[in-house]
Design a protein around this ligand. Sequence first.
Ligand SMILES: CCCCCCCC/C=C/C=C/CC(=O)SCCNC(=O)CCNC(=O)[C@H](O)C(C)(C)COP(=O)(O)OP(=O)(O)OC[C@H]1O[C@@H](n2cnc3c(N)ncnc32)[C@H](O)[C@@H]1OP(=O)(O)O
Length: 303
Amino acid sequence: MALASGVRFAARALLRPWALLRGTTLGRTEPAAGGGGDGARRFGSQRVLVEPDAASGVAVMKLRNPPVNALSLELLTELVISLEKLENDKTFRGVILTSDCPRVFCAGLDLTEICGRNPAHCAEYWKAMQELWLRTYLSSLVLVAAINGACPAGGCIIALSCDCRVLADNPKYRIGLNETLLGIIAPFWLKDTYVNTIGHRASEQALQLGSLFPPAEALQVGLVDQVVPEDQVQSTALSEMARWLAVPDHARQLTKNMMRKATADRLLRQRDADTQNFVSFVCRDSIQKSLQAYLEKLRQRKG
Ligand SMILES: CCCCCCCC/C=C/C=C/CC(=O)SCCNC(=O)CCNC(=O)[C@H](O)C(C)(C)COP(=O)(O)OP(=O)(O)OC[C@H]1O[C@@H](n2cnc3c(N)ncnc32)[C@H](O)[C@@H]1OP(=O)(O)O
């Protein structure tokens, strides 16, 4: 399913050379753990490890940006590039998205990318966040989120952009859009994704309260599709992938597009306005103060 040319153009314009080259090993492959035959060679970059299995047509894509997979500009860029590489390789039909960092799937936006940063940087950063959401939400691949850690805010939206979600049954691994707890709000396309997943009333309440759901509640509200013991998350994600890949790709992709295009188009139609809204909102003194205070609180927690 081709993204609108505008998005592809935006992706290429966005993927500035430096972001690709800074400490990455893009394009370099190395033998996957445990060897394996042809097509089992890992590739990716410094912050995204891709373990492809050509035989099954499934790749495991691991976020590797310690300590918490905060969505830095580089991680956003490398995720888009890795996903595009797999989408362009017709060997692959599905991707399992998971974390290489212990206890955390993804901590959401890297707050240091918007705290104390100038409007131009915030705009560039937000365009990268938009691009990753569009790329995952509209992907022609089957995307299964193997959620093996905490999954707040931006991490939750990446998981919700996948076709299904398997969450480890650990009460510390909470998932949800908690923006209001930081004094900010989720943009409309995060709200739309939430509503499309758990319904309007559940989203209205969870967004206002900034709810972070433990596994049992996340399952009950429909935020995740399965909750399994931590050591069964990856195997369950593989079984779920097999279920989805049993469906002919073209029919499934057309159906996914039918279900998601209107939501994605809403952002595509007003991408610049959304970026301007984001920048003017987060650059307000009051919002900057809230975000700084939140970051401080995070840093003091370990003290
Ligand atoms: C008109 C309106 C228009 C629209 C406007 C839109 C407005 C903006 C829209 C925003 C959408 C935002 C979505 C987001 O993603 S905001 C980010 C939300 N994320 C969180 O709240 C998660 C915060 N982190 C945690 O809860 C924990 O770190 C956790 C992920 C549970 C892991 O806990 P633990 O394992 O105990 O690790 P630590 O808390 O000790 O953290 C380790 C270090 O990492 C730093 N950290 C954590 N999270 C972030 C982050 N998101 N960004 C940057 N840095 C982060 C933390 O400070 C520690 O740092 P240090 O080692 O230096 O102390």
